[in-house]
Design a protein around this ligand. Sequence first.
Ligand code: SAM
Length: 278
Amino acid sequence: MLYLVGTPIGNMADMSPRAIETLRSADVILCEDTRVTGILLNNLGIEGKKLISYHEHNKASRKDMVTELLSKDLNVVQVSDAGMPVISDPGEDLVTIAAENGFEVTCIPGPTAAMTAAALSGIDARSIHFEGFLPSAGSARTDRLAALSKSEDTLILYEAPHRIVKLCEDLVKTGFAGRKVAFCRELTKRYEEVIRLNTEDAKDYFEKNPPKGEFVVVIEGNSASAGSESVITEEKTEELKEYLIKSGLSIKDVAKALSIATGRGKNEIYKELLDADR
Ligand code: SAM
């Protein structure tokens, strides 16, 4: 049988008794990094387990091996380095293997950074879009953000600390100006912190307080998107325009951001900005 087992995201005490028991009874443990899982087992006093690496880069070549283990009726347990398997981590393919071949599969749930952040953020958690990691750069990143900015759902992102300042900049450029945002860092760990800001103040904050540790970013949904053309008032549009110009963006980028925020045509705004500049 296949077991997906959730492991702590920083605090060992979050390991559930059922998760410990499942690891104890495993014949084989598939893990992202055998060293990380080795430390976990060591902390739990579990010895002599067969650990096999299973990660993004070798999962395709492990398919036959996993099928063989399951067909021998062994207890195959899968864990990621931290948190829930499958959630921005490997595991999905294993569930597919089990489902397609008629092997039993279950999940022993544990903490996940996304939902811990959703609970702590103070931002509406009734309807959530979990995006995980964005593309790291370029138009793939800004286009994806621009598309996400139209949604009423609260958005949850995973982001590396060295990209947090860039994210703050990108959010304002892509239609998230004026929204509540919660930067949830080091969840369940000693230096856990939730930094609640407005997207427009975030870049400034992190330039003064360089981001450290692991981050989940929770961003308020677009409350004005339902049925309304313009998503912000005229006064706020003026404020946003001033802010974007002062941030040193090109007129083209300012026009693009204002177009996303107001629903008006990019070229029309671009012309107005050029005229005003003369
Ligand atoms: N499967 C994991 C889960 O269930 O949350 C996520 C794995 S993903 C590869 C790792 C990302 O999750 C980190 O880069 C960070 O964005 C987020 N993360 C993991 N642990 C965290 C923590 N303790 N505090 C804040 N963010 C965390």
